[in-house]
Design a protein around this ligand. Structure first.
Ligand code: FES
Length: 122
């Protein structure tokens, strides 16, 4: 997959180190897909979990904070369960953010404890 031009997306002032850090934590992706979180639209890399996507968005913007020590990022601790509404679904459901792939139109309705978006924890 060709890399996304993160400087074009986030602006030329974004630090090269942040881009390298972001690409270190991600699987290959070729698009940033719009999702909603707390009613606002953000963009996460496709082919990656919501968990890694939120980590990415936090790295790039500072809007997401994660208490990293709480999480396994491997589907076993179950602490990353979030209320998520998948695109086309009629209702939200509890899903593990580390096991749910980011896709356009997905909505994070309620964050897991240990995550904060712009200082909000719900
Ligand atoms: S971070 Fe442990 S199950 Fe998702």
């Amino acid at each position: 997959m060709p890399p996304v031009d993160l400087k074009a997306f986030f602006g030329a002032n974004i630090e090269e180190e942040k881009i390298l850090d972001a690409n270190d934590i991600l699987r290959p992706y070729d698009a940033l897909v719009p999702i909603k979180i707390c009613g606002e639209t953000i963009h996460l890399p496709n082919n990656n979990s919501v968990w890694r996507g939120l980590q990415f968005w936090g790295l790039m913007t500072g809007d997401v904070r994660i208490d990293f020590g709480r999480f396994c990022i491997a589907g076993t601790c179950l602490r990353c369960k979030m209320m998520i509404k998948k695109p086309g679904a009629s209702d939200r459901e509890p899903l593990l953010a580390c096991q749910t792939t980011a896709e356009a139109g997905l909505e994070v309705v309620k964050l897991a404890e240990g995550f904060a978006y712009k200082g909000r924890v719900k």
